[in-house]
Design a protein around this ligand. Structure first.
Ligand code: PLP
Ligand code: COI
Length: 339
């Protein structure tokens, strides 16, 4: 791509050449179709529009020093999309079909995969929607799965620079045994009010507490949470958080570095004891947290006193990126080279 300022990309939408689509009709998935249109034409009574039958995924492709394009753990995204389908009664897409669609859309839009030096990536956005004219509240008869891509830079301004997050007990992104563990659009709609308040007050994100008791840490609006204390990597276990593929990978890398991984309910007061804390996710990668403000209790927990990422976050960040960009061996088979 000529004229593209790759290093200045933010996390936004840029038109690319192609997307791929696949329809579920009469009880089965059809063939993948390639489209160059950014528009989808659907019935006004489609269930995705009225009853939120919609799920999505997010993953990335990276261009290595060797020029090769690598996609990170797409089988995990394929499996999570199946879990989302089960959670809101949509048709399940076979993981092989998911992977075929990802390969195809990345290959077709190869010229949009940012160069190695830019530190940017190609964001891959699969989504599934319920189609067909229906007014009763029941699962749709037909579904559409599609994948588009767009080149992106950092999700949070400043990238790998610590930022502040806040706690507000008046808002939840998901119910205690609701849809928090799956990736459906409704969770994100539910996070918009609190997200906007947080942004207006100068916070990068909301750190949600568990919706049942407000005792434990859940996760941030668009990313999981972890804290580092001494030799431990501590991350919440909860019925209302999304199982992050980045977090799962970091837990493995942390163990490999000799850290102890604690995945358990984390009482929110424990943040006072963390040496480091961060958000993690595909878009966020690792976004270190400098300070957590509890807006209800009027209390501030300062984590990064010098405003810099801590040494463990730093190490994990570089390790993860090195695997994703192909700078270090992919010992866990996390990466698919797109040929
Ligand atoms: N939590 C939420 C609510 C998210 O939207 C995301 C983004 O996908 C994550 C966590 C991180 O998940 P992953 O690492 O699989 O991208
Ligand atoms: C991701 O990290 O891929 C996400 O989906 C987070 C956000 C953009 C919703």
């Amino acid at each position: 791509m000529e004229n593209m300022n790759w290093s200045d990309l933010s996390f936004g939408y840029i038109k690319t050449d192609y997307n791929v689509r696949c329809y579920y009709r009469d009880g089965k998935w059809g063939e993948l179709e390639v489209s160059s249109s950014e528009i989808i034409n659907i019935h006004m009574a489609a269930t995705c529009l009225h009853y939120g039958q919609e799920s999505f995924e997010g993953l990335k492709a990276f261009r290595g020093k060797d020029g090769k394009i690598r996609v990170f753990r797409m089988d995990e995204n394929g499996k999570r999309m199946q879990a989302s389908s089960r959670g809101i009664k949509m048709a399940e897409l076979p993981v092989e079909k998911f992977e075929e669609a990802v390969r195809k859309v990345v290959k077709l839009n190869e010229r949009f995969v940012p160069p190695y030096e830019s530190g940017a990536a190609l964001y891959i956005r699969p989504l599934m929607i319920g189609l067909g004219a229906q007014v009763g509240v029941k699962p749709a008869p037909e579904y559409m799965f599609m994948v588009f891509v767009t080149p992106v830079g950092p999700y949070f301004k400043g990238g790998f620079k610590p930022s502040k997050v806040c706690i507000m007990r008046g808002y939840d992104r998901a119910a205690p045994y609701g849809t928090g563990t799956i990736k459906v659009g409704g969770n994100y709609a539910a996070s918009l009010v609190a997200g906007e308040i947080a942004h207006e007050k100068g916070y990068a994100a909301v750190l949600y507490l568990d919706p049942k008791e407000k005792k434990y840490l859940d996760e941030c609006g668009p990313a999981n949470f972890f804290g580092i204390r001494g030799n431990s990597y501590i991350t919440p276990q909860s019925h209302s958080i999304l199982p992050s593929i980045t977090n799962k990978s970091l837990q493995q890398l942390a163990e490999d570095m000799g850290l102890t991984v604690e995945r358990r309910p984390v009482p929110f007061e424990e943040i006072a004891t963390f040496d480091e804390a961060a958000e993690c996710g595909t878009a966020a990668v690792i976004a270190p947290i400098s300070q957590i403000d509890d807006l209800d209790e009027n209390k501030s927990y300062v984590i990064a006193k010098d405003g810099k990422p801590g040494p463990v976050c730093e190490k994990l960040y570089h390790k993860l990126r090195a695997i994703q960009y192909g700078d270090e061996p992919d010992t866990y088979n996390w990466v698919t080279v797109i040929e």
